[in-house]
Design a binder for this molecule. Structure first.
Ligand SMILES: [Mg+2]
Length: 436
């Protein structure tokens, strides 16, 4: 056994399908058992597929105010949408009061909202604003959407759907939990600092760690995207932008030099931290370098560290995750492949995506493991600090080429605290050697 000290090392773990639910059989088992109890009139494989496909619409469902199947598969809203869009059993439809002739319309509606929502996440910042206005216009004007939401609400309160929701949770609860604690404790014993880096809601991710009985190993060290975006004054800024989008929808057009255009630029910059982009990881690394013991607070405060300190006190960083596009590639884009270390676990349901042999050698994870036991053995016995090349230069926290410098003077004086703090950061980065 390699007993060398890891005192210099920070090891970050992804949550979903890495620490939590790494075994794809568990998901399959839970959903299959659940669907065997709730006959919606489809063949088992078809029902399984439909149920899983709702996840594609997760963000869109959340946008229209419904539960998100990505975070909560047994949510009554999700089960109501499932029945509304795909139940084909007459007795069930009549018990739930679902009109069969409306179901194709509900499916089209869901596809439409999903496609519109998708467009708000891609393209240039102005293009995303255009898509945002279009979604809002659709939400405000579509009678069909209103009727659909009314139906979901009615069904989500139906005793049968309530019962299903409870059953789903029960099946999920009785699954064996993953036992990663010994590996994590061993890392801590060898001196490493362990952190969690994940996307989603802080409270939801914390509950998962509590269920795994490992939350106490990450006190003040859960770096979650929602905390990266909720800068001081966030509500004030997003509330104003929401009002301005409402005005743009009502007036039928967008004043392209107006307040909305300017504020949208800053909202778009903040939104870059709401997903696992290279810049979100940049924020995490600065937060860790700023305060390795409690980086959570530094992340929320938009803390960053000057180039001189990175040179004097480099950071050895290891990321452990399951998805290539979320936990490997953004870090390679941020740091280059030879700095830090990415370890990939391919056990979970995304493991078959982006296999190493289809990636160029300089874009592959440092190591790939098919099973948690192999990954755990590597972490406990083989990982050594010397094999992890330290981060010596400040990682980027914003794509500076996309930042509109012409707005910064205005931004520094505006009434929105979140905008002022970004402008202040941009100005300091531009003046320091940290300008990437
Ligand atoms: Mg994951």
């Amino acid at each position: 056994m390699n007993a060398s000290s890891l005192a210099d090392l920070v090891v970050a773990f992804d949550v979903d399908n890495t620490l939590y639910d790494p075994d794809p059989d568990v998901y399959r088992r839970v959903v299959t058992e659940f669907l065997s109890l709730v006959d919606v009139g489809l063949a088992a494989s078809e029902a399984f597929e439909h149920f899983g496909a709702l996840r594609i619409s997760g963000g869109a469902l959340e946008r229209i105010g419904l539960g998100n199947p990505i975070h909560d598969r047994g949510n009554p809203d999700v089960l109501a949408v499932f029945c509304l869009t795909c139940s084909s059993k007459d007795s069930l439809r009549s018990e739930l009061g679902i009109k069969g002739e409306r179901q194709a319309l509900y499916r089209r509606l869901l596809d439409r909202v999903t496609a519109l929502h998708e467009r708000t996440r891609i393209g240039s910042f102005p293009a995303r604003l255009g898509a945002e206005i279009e979604v809002r216009r659709f939400q405000d004007s579509s009678q069909e959407l209103r009727a659909f939401l009314g139906e979901v609400e009615r069904l989500a309160g139906h005793p049968l759907i309530r019962d299903w929701s409870a059953r789903y949770e029960e099946i999920e609860r009785k699954q064996p939990i993953a036992r990663h604690r010994p590996v994590l404790e061993e890392l801590v014993k060898r001196g490493a600092t362990i952190v969690v880096i994940s996307q989603g809601f802080y409270e939801v991710q914390r509950e998962k760690l509590e269920r795994l009985e490992i939350a106490d190993l990450f006190p003040g060290r859960m770096l979650i995207t929602d905390r990266a975006t909720r800068l001081a004054g966030f509500d004030h800024l997003f509330g104003r932008v929401d009002d301005l989008i409402g005005e743009a929808v009502r007036s039928g057009g967008l004043d392209i030099d107006g307040e909305l255009d300017r504020l949208w630029h800053f909202v778009s910059l903040i939104n870059l931290w709401s997903r696992k982009t290279p810049w979100f990881y940049g924020r995490c690394l600065h937060a860790i370098r700023h305060d390795a013991v409690h980086p959570e607070r530094a992340l929320a405060d938009l803390a960053w560290v000057l180039a001189e300190r990175w040179e004097a006190d480099p950071l050895r960083f290891v990321m452990v995750g399951d998805r290539y596009d979320k936990e490997v590639l953004p870090l390679i884009e941020l740091l280059g492949r030879d700095v830090g270390m990415t370890l990939r676990l391919t056990q979970g349901k995304y493991g078959h995506e982006d296999p190493d042999d289809q990636l160029p050698p300089d874009r592959r994870p440092a190591r790939t493991f098919e099973h948690w036991d192999e990954l755990g053995a590597f972490l406990v016995h083989d990982l050594s600090a010397e094999t992890v090349r330290p981060v010596k230069r400040p990682p980027a926290i914003l794509p500076m080429s996309q930042v509109r410098m012409d707005l910064m003077d205005w931004a520094l004086r505006c009434e929105y605290e979140a905008v002022r703090s970004i402008a202040q950061t941009v100005k300091q980065l531009a003046e320091s050697k940290s300008f990437a």
